[in-house]
Design a protein around this ligand. Structure first.
Ligand code: HEC
Length: 148
């Protein structure tokens, strides 16, 4: 019993301790003129779906509910944001050439179609980010029209 108490105490101290390690926050008040939503006429329903389901990892502004600020969740998210933005950053959309935009759109369609994105580890916590079959179809049809 004593040893269990000690282990619990050590874990508790460690958990509290890691909360004080500073992390980088992916936050910005400015929506840059290159943002996907500003350079395209995006219907409102599609706009909110992409913002809720993709923007946390693929833009310059992550929405941080309380559980995203708690370690080690924040570290996992930080890692996903770095990798996600390297692949696709909706905030910097208009700085891509037309050719790169087309190839990104094809890649977005592939990711949504195959249910790879949004990441399942993410939708487990963010149930509002999950797409229904209908959401998927709607987004794919609309985004595909950008390259037609
Ligand atoms: C929790 C973070 C997270 C969310 C939310 C998220 N992504 Fe990603 N995305 C990533 C990461 C990390 C990568 C790079 C690694 C990989 O491909 O799995 C990535 C890669 C991609 C790629 C490039 C894939 C490739 O291999 O070419 C596309 C396109 C993409 N995401 C689109 C989306 C779209 C569209 C949404 C919303 C429907 C979305 N993502 C939501 C984290 C995320």
């Amino acid at each position: 019993m004593k040893i269990v108490k000690k282990i619990v105490l050590v874990l508790l101290v460690a958990f509290v301790g890691i909360q004080f390690i500073p992390t980088e926050r992916n936050q910005s008040d400015i929506v840059p003129v290159t943002d996907f939503m500003l350079v395209n006429k995006v219907p409102n329903n599609i706009k909110s779906k992409l913002q809720v389901s993709c923007y946390d990892c693929h833009s310059n502004n992550t929405n941080y509910p309380w559980y995203n600020k708690i370690q080690p969740v924040a570290w996992f998210l930080e890692d996903h944001i770095k990798q996600g933005k390297a692949e696709l950053n909706f905030s910097a959309w208009d700085s891509l050439s037309n050719r790169r935009k087309s190839s990104k759109i094809r890649s977005i369609i592939k990711q949504i179609e195959s249910n790879e994105m949004p990441l399942s580890s993410y939708t487990k916590i963010h149930s509002d980010a999950k797409f229904s079959e209908n959401d998927r179809n709607e987004i794919i049809v609309w985004i595909d029209s950008l390259i037609k």
